[in-house]
Design a protein around this ligand. Structure first.
Ligand code: NDP
Length: 327
């Protein structure tokens, strides 16, 4: 029987429970995907805890989290022209993903080329497209920049390291343990600072020979933002795209005048809402995989039904690379 993992209210991982459901026929523009693999993201944890708002129609009850996955089309609505039953596909849409069978509008779904496995797709749709927009769209990397990327051993971080290296950019990373620093180095980073052992601002400035960085990608937030500002070059850009350590609340507009800095706070779903962006961005991302420029690291040892344990592992900083769930 089809089932999902549903959160009945915002809270810790114990709110995630299994629920069976009856699959209804898809509406006109919808498809039903039998999920083979589902990606887990830090954003699911923000939403589960209520740090990001729940959709108003849920009234803070009964929300299926999960935003990326891959599988096989099992049914299509009467007006669906893009897909047929049996197609291999992947999806990207906020919430609704932690389920054996996903009913979803066709615009959030893409065809999966044969050279990408379901697991690779589930590991890369959200995180890889995030890297795509971070390097191409929210800021257009030119190739001469000096880059610092925080949480470099994580899901997004390991993809970013490889992508930046393929562009010939020498990137400095940060990570929370020596082991994670080694992992990040293998993923393309020139040097990785253990920010739990060393003052990353001081070390990063030394590595850059006092010059500082053109671009800093910061998804850690509270713990790193002051230091990130402290090692930006004049006219440098800080891209804040997450807050895994908590939200940085001390920002003053005058902080930017220390170096005529640029600050951006982008969100993937503002790019995916641009008509045509998803298909175009996927073709860029899939080409990076096909050409071997990025090699997706994932742990597939968990099952969808163990979702709570996976959330705990990610939240407690025990993971590196991406986590994908078997269904
Ligand atoms: P990760 O696998 O990178 O996990 C988050 C990492 O943050 C941890 O592994 C940990 O690495 C680091 N971290 C630092 N401080 C803490 C803390 N106090 N508690 C927990 N973790 C901490 O997650 P994802 O790859 O899924 O996402 C990376 C970041 O990117 C997240 O902040 C996410 O929200 C953001 N994101 C933003 C998007 C956007 O469009 N704005 C889209 C996708 C992701 P370490 O132990 O090495 O410090």
């Amino acid at each position: 029987m089809p089932y999902c993992m549903i959160a009945n209210e915002p809270g810790n991982s114990s709110v995630l429970i299994k629920k069976e459901f009856v699959l209804e026929a898809p509406k006109k523009y919808e498809v039903i995907i039998k999920n083979e693999s589902i990606g887990v993201n830090f954003i699911d944890i923000y939403i589960r805890k209520g740090i990001y708002p729940w959709p108003p129609e849920t009234n803070n009850q009964h929300l299926i989290l999960g935003s990326e996955g891959a599988g096989i089309i099992e049914a299509i609505g009467s007006e669906v022209t893009k897909f047929k039953i049996g197609d291999r596909v992947a999806f990207l849409k906020t919430n609704g993903g932690y389920t054996s069978h996903r009913t979803i509008e066709q615009d959030f779904v893409v065809h999966l080329p044969d050279f990408i496995s379901f697991e690779q797709a589930a590991a890369v749709m959200l995180k890889g497209l995030t890297v795509k927009y971070l390097l191409n769209d929210s800021y257009k990397i030119k190739g001469h920049e000096n880059v610092l990327f925080h949480a470099s051993a994580g899901g997004v971080g390991t993809i970013a390291g490889q992508w930046l290296k393929s562009l010939g950019i020498k990137t400095i990373g940060t990570a929370g343990t020596d082991e994670k620093c080694e992992i990040a180095k293998q993923q393309g980073y020139e040097y990785v600072i253990n920010y739990n052992k060393e003052d990353f601002q001081k070390v990063a400035m030394e590595i850059s020979e006092g010059k500082g960085f053109d671009i800093i990608y910061d998804s850690v937030g509270q713990a790193t933002m002051p230091g990130s500002f402290g090692c930006l070059k004049n006219h440098g850009t800080l891209i804040s795209f997450g807050q895994s350590s908590g939200t940085y609340t001390d920002l003053k507009i005058t902080d930017l005048q220390a170096g005529s800095f640029f600050l951006s706070r982008p969100i993937l779903f503002h790019f995916t809402s641009i008509p045509g962006w998803l298909d175009e961005a996927c073709s860029v991302l899939f080409d990076m995989i096909r050409s071997g420029k990025i090699n997706i690291q994932f742990d597939n040892s968990y099952h969808l039904e163990n979702l709570g344990a996976v959330h705990d592992e990610i939240e407690n900083r025990k993971t590196s690379g991406s986590i994908v769930l078997k269904v």
